[in-house]
Design a protein around this ligand. Structure first.
Ligand code: F6P
Length: 544
């Protein structure tokens, strides 16, 4: 970028910041979150629970090295835990994980400057095959994403899922000892954990965030263990989703499946004397941190090195960053790019696409098959549309560290997020945060949670090849000023609400909504027709 452009970019960043200072709600920082916790959780332990651990230890010859796991959930929650401290309970999946824990299976994280404790839970290969690959990823994942991959329901997988959820709950109970605690469960791997926790410790505050979509009742009703899954989730005090549609789908599913009083106005379920609040909290990224990283000299150097290595001089560059998952619409994206090159021949030889595909859940046939489809589609484009500097589609099948990813984000003239269905999709927000010079564009599927917020993206359906090819063309050919204006608006949205806002909203909701138990509420406050007998507080419920 030349000096003039850099000055303009700095000016527009300054303008965004000043606008946010003057008009928008103040953005929260890690310090705000820490202060909030000191004021509201002074006597309570915080325990976060997820299947995937934030850091893994791996053997490397005679040495042991550690890696930060790159998934959206773990990166986002890691920033929160670094601010708050506490314990994170997760599956120890690294091949050197057992060698690095203490006698209580704990290790400080981040490993080079510990801010919180990671408590590892051990799973056998059989557990992993049945609970993780089986029930979580072959039953719940396709069921919730509705992308025409048939869910598989196996009794042995379900049994294992129950048993592993019990094991996670037991690890949490060991961590909280007999202290008051707030337990924050993550995602579809742990739908039953709250029930097991509350059976032993009804006084615990327990919340769960469901990071993937929740299907409508027509789809959900095919699950053979739907009552048990809902019963487990309703043991939480708060259940969070990214968007309201998923929250209302969940409530509709509860109303259809269980004997419960579902309050669609307040988004709450009363059942067996206790209440579960259901809310939407759109997750985000540590946008300021990403923006700062994107402006470092190290990232600029890396960007120039990638351009050189991939022979991208004089080329416009498109980018995709996804786990190799059938929900991400990668073959559909590549087919649309082939159509782009056919329909708009001016891009032939002048456009390259980098697809970073993170290998994922490779034990499962559907994931191996999407990998093969992506390789074939990339090879077909490269055969049909050769380019002088290098291949037209660069397929990089690797799990890049986040710092390695940022130069790709910075360099891309557009980023394509074409998921067939996605709870949120944090790649979209990361890309925007990493585009400080405003010289980028986002092509975004309407079937992502992110599309609800990022309205100034080029919204195009992955099911519509023609429309998606046109959107990519528009993203590439937009006039510079219009491009900058769109990107400035997108950045304003992403910078205004970051991961700390999300964490504060969720935690504050847990703390404040719990003050109102059904028994304490004036009956007149319930919507008409929804009023039933005053529910009894759960035994031992200490909420006030
Ligand atoms: O999209 C749901 C999700 O749990 C993300 O939050 C996470 O980044 C991703 O799936 C990772 O999946 P896995 O742990 O199976 O690799």
């Amino acid at each position: 970028m030349n000096l003039g452009a850099r000055a303009r970019s700095a000016l527009s960043r300054a303008a965004i910041r000043s606008q946010q200072r003057n008009e928008g709600p103040p953005r929260r920082t890690a310090q705000d979150l820490a202060e909030w916790a000191r004021a509201h959780l002074p006597d309570r332990r915080l325990v976060v629970v997820s299947n995937r651990e934030p850091y893994s230890h791996l053997r490397d010859g005679d040495r042991i090295r550690w890696v930060r796991n790159a998934g959206g959930l773990t990166v986002a929650l890691d920033a929160v835990m670094q601010a708050l401290g506490g314990v994170w309970v997760a599956h120890g999946g690294g091949d050197a994980d057992r060698l690095t824990v203490d006698a209580r299976d704990r290790v400080g994280c981040p490993p080079d400057r510990a801010r919180y404790l990671l408590r590892r839970v051990w799973l056998t290969q059989e557990d992993h095959a049945r609970y993780y690959s089986g029930f979580a990823n072959s039953a719940l994942w396709p069921l919730c994403h509705v992308v025409y991959v048939r869910p598989r329901f196996e009794l042995a997988d379900w049994d294992s899922y129950r048993e592993v959820n019990q094991r996670f709950a037991a690890a949490v109970l060991e961590e909280v000892e007999d202290q008051p605690a707030l337990v924050f469960l993550q995602d579809y791997h742990l739908a039953l954990a709250a029930r097991f926790l509350k059976e032993r410790r009804p006084d615990l505050q327990v919340a769960m965030f469901w990071h993937i979509p929740w299907p409508n009742p027509e789809v959900f009703r095919v699950l053979p263990w739907k009552e048990e899954i809902l019963d487990g989730m309703l043991a939480n005090d708060v259940v969070g989703f990214h968007i309201r549609r998923h929250a209302t789908n969940f409530l509709d599913g509860v109303a259809e499946t269980l004997e419960a009083r579902v309050d669609l106005e307040r988004l709450a379920v009363d059942r067996a004397g206790r209440r579960t609040w259901v809310r939407s909290f759109p997750i985000s990224v540590d946008a300021e941190e990403i923006a700062a990283l994107a402006e470092t000299a190290e990232v600029r150097r890396a960007e120039a090195e990638i351009r050189e290595r991939l022979g991208l001089a004089g080329c416009k560059v498109g980018l995709g960053v996804d786990r190799l998952d059938y929900t991400k619409g990668i073959p559909e994206r590549l087919e649309a790019l082939e159509r782009l090159l056919e329909k708009y021949p001016e891009w032939q030889g002048r456009f390259a696409f980098i697809q970073i595909g993170v290998p994922s859940r490779i034990q499962l046939r559907e994931y191996r098959s999407v990998q093969v489809r992506v390789r074939r589609a990339a090879a077909a484009i490269n055969r049909r549309y050769p380019r002088a500097g290098g291949p037209t589609v660069h397929l990089i099948e690797d799990n890049l560290d986040f710092r390695e990813l940022v130069p790709y984000y910075r360099m891309a003239d557009f980023c394509a997020v074409t998921a067939l269905h996605d709870g949120m999709n944090l790649v979209a927000k990361e890309y925007i945060a990493a585009s400080p010079d405003l010289d980028g564009a986002l092509v975004l599927s309407p079937f992502t949670g992110a599309a609800r917020e990022l309205e100034r993206a080029w919204i195009a359906s992955p099911y519509d090849r023609e429309g998606l090819a046109d959107a990519c063309h528009a993203a590439l050919s937009d006039a510079p000023e219009a491009r900058r204006e769109r990107m400035a608006a997108l950045r304003e949205t992403v910078l205004r609400r970051n991961i700390f806002d999300w964490a504060l909203d969720v935690l504050d909701t847990i703390v404040s909504l719990n003050l109102q138990t059904p028994a304490q509420e004036p009956a007149a406050a319930m919507p008409s027709g929804e009023r039933g007998p005053t529910p009894r507080p759960a035994p031992g419920d200490s909420r006030r």
